[in-house]
Unconditional design. Sequence first.
Length: 748
Amino acid sequence: MNRHIYTLHKPAAWHNELWREALPLGNGLTGALVTGAIAEESIQFNRHDLWHGNRDDSPIPDITETFRKMREYIDAGDYISANQDNIMQALQEKGYNAACEGSYPLGWLDMKSVPDGMFRHYRRGVNMRTAEAFVEYAVNGCLYRREMFISRDSDIAVIRMSADNPFTTTYDFRLFVETDESITTENSIRRTAKDGSMAVHVQFAGTFSSVVHEDKLSVTGQEYLIFVRCSSLGSTLDMEAVSGETYDTLLLKHTALHTPLYDAVSIELADDEVFASTNEQMLSEAYEDQVSPALLERLWRFGRYLFISAASEKGNPVPLYGLWHGGDNMQWCQYVANENVEMTYWHTMAGGLAYSIPALLRYYTSKIENFRECARQVFGMNGIWISAYTTPGVAGLCVPVAVISNWISCAGWLCRHFWEYYLYTDDETLLREEILPFMYEAAQFYRDYAVPDHGKIRLYPSVSPENTPLNLFNLPTKSASGHRCPVAQNATMDFAVMKELITNLLQGIEITGMYTDEADSFRDLLHGIPAYFINRDGAVQEWMHPELEDNYAHRHLSHIYPVFPGTEVTAHNAPVLFEAFRKAVNLRVLGSQCNWSLTHMASIYARFGEGEKAAECMDIMAKSVLLDSLLTISNDWRGMGVTLAWANPPVQLDAVFGTVNAVQEMLFCRQKEALSVLPALPVRMKSGAVYGMVFPEGIIDILWDMSGRVEVTITARRNLETNILLSGKVVGHICLAAGEKEVLELYR
């Protein structure tokens, strides 16, 4: 079991923000953070649907004249005027001032006790396979232990308090907002918010004695249970699901739902006994030298565990903090979909977590009328335009910066996830009812937005998130956004996303027979996309226009989209272009990166077959942005020169999820023309195994050892005929009917 359990030998210690190093628990609806203190513990609870702030549903005014003027400025070569945040300024001048909501905590279960001596043998950790946290220590030979999980079955947190001898702990619960009703009895605590947004019911069960004092409950016992039901926006406070149940029986019901998700795919990179090392020990070794295979596996398992704990079929999709925002309205707590949302979900389909995608689809399709209004009122276009920033209650333009308000590829990039879901699941009902209609709306916008230009098409204004062409970087722009001149023309990413979207849409039209009368117009649009530009350095240029120069000192890698996360360009179908994309990545400046860009770059290097560079990105991440809790912060605040400089960096969990994808990409990738086995295996991964990795036509198991022997087992879910690549070289061809299995013995 060691590989499924991560441990720490110290409590959370980040000054004033202990939650950063807490143990995260969750069931997709309710989250908790356990810091692990002995005398004064405060377990924070969060809910997926607690958001407050601006929920502006006012109509978006018509500002299409402003958009037309921006195009006129760009036609005249006046990028300064085109970058004055004109769209948001025009909206605000007409009284439209929408802003994003912020997420906020539900409250804290305070636990206070007085140890009767110095503690020894302290450990805390999480069993990721059961989604169960523990804190244990000894005082004067008496072992104390807390265990906790949040049931995926009942949505109730279950805590078991135990020790070798009876002990006394005082409990209270503090809601984040003002409390209207506060009731404490000899076996329960109830708190209800004045605004009706939340409530909590804490119930104690087992053998104990208790005293109520000043609305707090003092409990004495040797072993007892605590149940915590968190209610948000009117959900139930009922405790019937746990009445008369033991900790173990409730855990069994919970793991019956959690563990199959966690076990759906497995990666093993080290022997089991290695995982007895604590997080601190593994990270110390990585800081001294490099990330070990065991730490890579632990990071993969932790990211997967964290995602499952944040993703429910019934709740909102997973935002940047998951269910673990440590405070109110934290920076980038919204759904940020110019990289972060997408990275959060990259690993899901190959990782057997398809269950999570419909919630993401529902989130965006539920706002489609707002997105149509944005496209029509701001740009004068049909179809949908989606802001990179949204929250459950805000779907319009809500971030007053040009780099967001002028970026057009959010909808198209999201469509990649939805189309991929169909390819893996064959869910033609969802394809017809939701996926293809959403893709059609996104493609309509591109069709209207594209401007004919000497037999090809031109896209402008066009943003490459969140970069500025080098020759515009020092212009005396008046932009208030902090970004110099991001609004330019013909961003490579815009064309790449557009090409992918329309290609997939045409395939969907062929499958369903929908929108057939418009297929030719989309084919014409596809044929009008110009070829990718190669710059003077031999690299793919970030803007497909001769007067715009590349700025390599930037964290975003948007223009590499055709290689990753897309699959348009590979070493086999376009070798010269593939090398130009490789050059573009190699020219990126290391000190300009951040946590998520390092994991993004690792996935890209894996597509290039460069396992050592992919692993080096993980090394840099471990030395700079990885906390003992395995949560990631945006950058290294210590001035070591390997990331962006920022004195108080926020937590960003997209890098945790990006690491899951990067490890998977090193070991397997379904390319258009082949199944690529161990495409970017670093030297340090001398042996290992992959079990149950998913691709559209089937499932693959891979075992390799130090002798160079590789055993590959392929089980086809549908008819499959393709090449097999091993470390980038063609080693065979396979032809299987649905339900058939084949075992191949290969050698590196």
